[in-house]
Design a protein around this ligand. Sequence first.
Ligand SMILES: *Cc1c(COP(=O)(O)O)cnc(C)c1O
Length: 356
Amino acid sequence: MIQDTINIKINSTPKSRVSEVDWENLPFGKVFSDHMLIMEYSNGEWGQPEIMPFGNLSMHPATSAIHYGQSIFEGMKANRTVDNEVTIFRPEMNALRFVESCERMCMPTIPVDTFVELVRKTVEIDKNWIPSKEGFSLYIRPFMFATDEFVGIKPSESYKFIIFTCPVGAYYSEPVNVKIEEFYTRASVGGVGRAKTAGNYGASLYPARLGQANGFHQLIWTDGKEHKFIEESGTMNVIFMIDGKMITPSEDADTILRGVTKRSVIEIAASWGIPVEERKVTVEEVIEAARSGKLQDAFGAGTAATIAHIAKIGFRDEVFTLPGLETREISNKIKKYLDDLKTGKIEDTLNWCLKV
Ligand SMILES: *Cc1c(COP(=O)(O)O)cnc(C)c1O
């Protein structure tokens, strides 16, 4: 196994900051664990990864990623189990997606086994930062960006790969209101929508802000050509329950991020015998279902929130209120199943949780 050959240099912090954390008031993504891992690429190869105290980076003003956007990331979570073990949820799926993002953005790849082992080590060194409180976890953020010091557009020849971690609580405290967006576009066919690359998120801020001004937490993106088909939400894939069927946009289009959470939800639902349809989903059928009371459930699926129930869907001048959360049996059951799996309350028969 390749992981035995990875030699990580470890420079651990002389003084942990973990005792300073206010666990009762833990804002998402603002508290950082003691260490980070950095691995640099130059002259056609990756250098030795190093774990070091978390801290600032110093950068040349012409650092290529800042100007031209060769920058990609991942997001996953580690949890503490009821037996006080630590597990990471399906990290090899993130490693595979990272490779896809690298390729689309002309960046050097990291082998799946190496990526997973680097993540594992970064979590291991800060395992004291993994909250045991229910609903809490350690968010893991691997990312890579171009570091050539050069003005001009070409793929960079040097890169930094970094992993840091953040203890986090729940992402959304309440169900979300979403608006179906029919003018702005997140991704277009042939573009970079399938890659988890920085610019996709920068581009979404302005339309999202317009939605927020009207009381919507998030947008539901539609296809860039006709705005006829549902794609996904901000950093979540979207799943509907219509008339007893689970329906979600297929990922054949290269405009949709292939979510690990969505894949897991679908696999669980299918294994429970729930009919699942991955296909093109029209705005019209969702609105029609909402109007006729057949839209039983709608939710976002993503690592940060796992499952974020949708309370209201805005479409043109109308707002549709979905059934109460207590009626959303299937998504509630799947959410509980995923939480129980991650925290070791049920047996991991699918082998989804990597032990740290
Ligand atoms: C990260 C992300 C998702 C969710 O993916 P997960 O692997 O489930 O976390 C969905 N859509 C977009 C645009 C994303 O960036």
